[in-house]
Design a binder for this molecule. Structure first.
Ligand code: ADP
Ligand code: NA
Length: 329
């Protein structure tokens, strides 16, 4: 009954790493190019729930916008905008906050994890998942690509849509999570292949950023943790380090795992790492060039984001006026 609509939120953290790109952003671009209705929201209101640095946040919003455009998000096909430029997100957050309970929010794993790190827990951190539900529901999204750690938040959004529909009449689809960091697209840390590549990893050499220059990529891959066997095989359970390199190689070249391994049969790990680094550099080169290009044209970026915000506002206003009507506001 509901038209398929894809919505994804991304925090303005500045740059993205190879895992975010291969596991998430590249799939959004594929959906966009398959003519799906895709909305990407840079969720800056989520980024102020913990202490932050305002000039850095503003710069990170632009870097994220430039990065998404460079990865292939096309503002002519998709809606790309910044959350705080559509005030309906905050307004709808307030309305939804009356449809859930404090205990329900308190038990969410991400809140429990993050609130442990601060002495006085900000209310915004607590309400964060309600705002996330508002982001999704304003656009009546049906598919929400997220990492596995977001599953409970999507369940809250589902609960809020159902509660709302029961109380006020059928208005919102119950969205589905599309879990992104599944096996095939899961990129592991270069320093500890028992973990996924993540910006929260302290060692900067563990992650490849989309903006890393070629020589940095070569160094990081050269130092990637492998094992004491020198031939190239794919066995994620027994040889996670080498298998991660094979997987990255396959993902950036678009080749099947098997042919990547076959072609590497005469190489040892040191030589193979050079080959993987070349393939990653080749794949990221146009993206990095585009990021630098967009960053140098600030007024164009501002314009593109304003066009996106205008598209988003139209839908958000439409949804919210219906909501207010039904609530007697
Ligand atoms: P991080 O772990 O770096 O903080 P996030 O949790 O913000 O990344 O995830 C942003 C998106 O990128 C999510 O959709 C998630 O599925 C995807 N993602 C993050 N890390 C990886 C990874 N190592 N491999 C594949 N996908 C990833
Ligand atoms: Na994370």
């Amino acid at each position: 009954r509901w038209p398929r609509k894809v919505f994804s939120g991304v925090q303005p953290t500045g740059s993205l790493h190879l895992g975010n790109y291969l596991g998430a952003v590249r799939k959004w671009v594929e959906m966009q190019n398959a003519r799906e209705d895709v909305t990407i929201c840079i969720v800056d209101l989520h980024s102020i729930t913990l202490p932050h640095n305002p000039p850095v946040l503003r710069e990170n919003i632009f870097t994220m916008a430039a990065t998404l455009l460079s990865c292939g998000i096309d503002p002519a096909k998709s809606t790309l905008f910044v959350q705080s430029s559509v005030p309906e997100h905050a307004e709808f957050n307030w309305i939804l906050s009356s449809l859930t309970t404090m205990p329900r929010l308190a038990q969410l794993p991400q809140f429990r994890e993050k609130s442990r790190l601060v002495k006085d827990v900000p209310l915004g951190l607590y309400v964060y998942p309600v705002l996330q539900a508002a982001d999704i529901m304003l656009y009546k999204a049906t598919q929400v690509p997220v990492g596995a750690d977001q599953l409970q938040h999507i369940q809250l959004a589902q609960h809020l849509a159902r509660s709302y529909n029961t109380r006020y009449g059928e208005t919102f689809p119950v969205c589905q999570a599309l879990i992104e960091d599944g096996n095939a697209s899961r990129v592991l840390s270069l320093r500890d292949p028992s973990k996924k590549m993540s910006k929260s990893e302290a060692n900067p050499k563990a992650t490849i950023n989309l903006c890393d220059p070629p020589d940095v990529i070569v160094q990081k891959i050269k130092k990637a943790v492998t094992d004491f066997t020198s031939d190239i095989t794919f066995n994620p359970g027994k040889r996670p380090g080498v298998s991660n390199l094979v997987n990255i190689h396959a993902l950036v070249t678009g080749q099947p795992i098997k042919s990547v391994v076959d072609e590497a049969s005469t190489l040892d790990t040191a030589k193979y790492k050079e080959r993987v680094a070349d393939a990653v550099i080749e794949h990221l080169r146009p993206i990095r060039e585009q990021i630098l290009h967009h960053m140098g044209k600030r007024s164009e970026l501002i314009y593109l984001l304003e066009v996106g915000a205008e598209k988003a506002r139209q839908q958000a206003q439409h949804t919210l006026s219906d909501v207010k009507q039904r609530l007697g506001l």
